[in-house]
Design a protein around this ligand. Structure first.
Ligand code: ADP
Ligand code: MG
Length: 350
C-alpha cells in the first residue's frame, strides 16, 4: 500500500441517494474535515442517473488525483463503468477511488471501514471513519469483476452479482429507501413471507483449478468461454437446480449490517460464491441473515448454505422471470457469467 496525500478530489454527490440527505451530510460532516486537512476538492452534484458515468467517461483525468463518491454503491458502479468505457481505460481505472456512505446501500463503505480493522460503525460514525480515511490518503488495489450478459454487454462490478432472494430484496426494498440502511431488514422480512424457489443452472471455476500466473492486468476474460458454449471440464457444475439465492460477492459486506464474507479483502483476487438451495425453512433463512450481522452465518451449520471461493462463474436461470443485480443495480435477466480481475482498480482506504 502506498501513502499518497490526495491533492485534487472530484467529489461526486448524489443528492437523491439514501434518505435524500447526502448533500447535507457532506456539508455537515465532511466539508470541515477536508478543509482542516487541507484537502482541496471540487463538488459535483449529480443531476440524473448516468450523469456521473458520462462525466468520468469524458473527464480530463490529469486534473484529478482521486474521484470520491458520496452516495450509495450505485453511483460508484456508474463511475467505474464510465472509466472502463474509455479508450484509455487501462490508465483511467488507476485513478484512486474513494467512497463516503451517503446512500441506503453502503456496502463498500462498510467493507472499507472493516478492512481498516476498526470496530463496527453505522450511519454518521461510519461516514466520519470514511472521511478520516480520505484525509489520510492511503491507496490500495481493488479487484473488479467483469460481468457478461446475454445481449453481449459487459459490465464491471466491485461488489456483487445476485439472483433470487438477495436481488429481490435489494430491488423491492428500494421503496423503503427513506428509512435508510434498515430497508434491507424490512425487505428481508417481507420477502420471507412470500419465499420462493428459483430454478437455474450454476457452474463455477474453483480457485484450486488455476495456475498462479493468471493475474492478468488487462481485462481480457481469459477464463470465460462464449456464453453460448458449455463450460470447460475444469469447472464445477452444481447438481442442484432449485435455489433460494445465488450471491457472488467480492467485498466483506453486502450492506452496513451484513458481514457476508468474514475473510474477504479488497484485493484477495476471489469471488466469494454463496448459494442457498431450496428446502430451507423460513426460520432457518431468517437465522442466516440475522447471524450475518456478526459474520456468523457460516457457523450456523445450515445444510442448505454452500460457500465456495471461485475465479469465475456462470448462472443460467430457468425460471422465466426474475431479478439479477450487479452492485445492487438491476441488469438484464438471463444467462450471465463473470470473472475476477485482481487488483485492476485502486481504492482509498484506511
Ligand atoms: P442508494 O444506496 O440510496 O440506492 P445509489 O448511489 O445506489 O444510492 O444511487 C441510486 C441510483 O441513483 C443509482 O442508480 C444512481 O445512478 C442514481 N442517481 C445518481 N444521481 C442521481 C440523481 N441526481 N437523481 C436521481 N438518480 C440519481
Ligand atoms: Mg443503490
Amino acid at each position: 500500500m502506498e501513502v499518497r496525500r490526495p491533492c485534487r478530489i472530484m467529489m461526486l454527490v448524489n443528492p437523491q441517494s439514501g434518505r435524500g440527505q447526502a448533500l447535507q451530510l457532506f456539508t455537515g460532516h465532511i466539508q470541515g474535515m477536508l478543509t482542516e486537512a487541507s484537502v482541496p476538492y471540487t463538488l459535483v452534484i449529480t443531476e440524473h442517473q448516468n450523469h456521473a458515468r458520462e462525466l468520468v467517461r469524458k473527464a480530463d483525468l490529469s486534473q484529478w488525483d482521486a474521484l470520491v463518491i458520496m452516495s450509495g454503491d450505485g453511483l460508484l458502479f456508474e463511475v467505474i463503468n464510465g472509466l472502463m468505457d474509455r479508450e484509455d481505460w487501462q490508465e483511467a481505472i488507476q485513478i484512486p477511488l474513494g467512497i463516503l456512505p451517503g446512500g441506503s446501500g453502503n456496502a463498500l463503505a462498510a467493507s472499507v471501514h472493516h478492512y481498516s480493522q476498526s470496530p463496527p460503525a453505522w450511519n454518521e460514525e461510519l461516514l466520519l471513519s470514511c472521511g478520516f480515511m480520505l484525509c489520510k490518503g492511503l491507496v490500495g488495489p481493488l479487484d473488479l469483476v467483469s460481468v457478461h450478459l446475454a445481449s453481449k454487454q459487459r459490465l464491471f462490478s466491485f461488489l456483487s452479482l445476485a439472483w433470487g432472494f438477495v436481488a429481490d430484496v435489494d430491488i423491492e426494498s428500494e421503496k423503503y429507501r427513506h428509512v435508510g440502511a434498515i430497508r434491507f431488514l424490512m425487505g428481508t422480512l417481507v420477502r420471507l413471507a412470500s419465499l420462493r424457489v428459483y430454478q437455474g443452472r450454476l457452474a463455477y471455476l474453483p480457485v484450486k483449478e488455476i495456475e498462479s500466473d493468471t493475474k492478468t492486468r488487462a481485462p481480457v476474460d481469459s477464463l470465460l468461454p462464449d456464453l453460448e458454449q458449455p463450460v470447460p471440464d475444469t469447472w464445477t457444475v452444481v447438481k442442484e437446480e432449485d435455489f433460494v439465492l445465488v450471491l457472488a460477492i467480492y467485498q466483506s459486506h453486502l450492506a452496513e449490517d451484513l458481514w457476508t464474507v468474514p475473510g474477504a479483502m479488497a484485493d484477495d483476487g476471489l469471488i466469494h460464491l454463496f448459494y442457498v438451495t431450496a428446502g430451507i425453512s423460513r426460520p432457518a433463512l431468517l437465522r442466516l441473515f440475522l447471524a450475518m450481522e456478526k459474520g456468523g452465518h457460516l457457523a450456523c451449520g445450515c445444510p442448505h448454505l454452500v460457500y465456495e471461493k471461485v475465479k469465475a462463474l456462470r448462472l443460467e436461470p430457468i425460471t422465466p422471470q426474475g431479478m439479477i443485480t450487479v452492485d445492487g443495480e438491476v441488469v438484464e435477466y438471463g444467462p450471465v457469467q463473470a470473472q475476477i480481475h485482481p487488483g485492476i482498480a485502486r481504492l482509498m482506504r484506511g
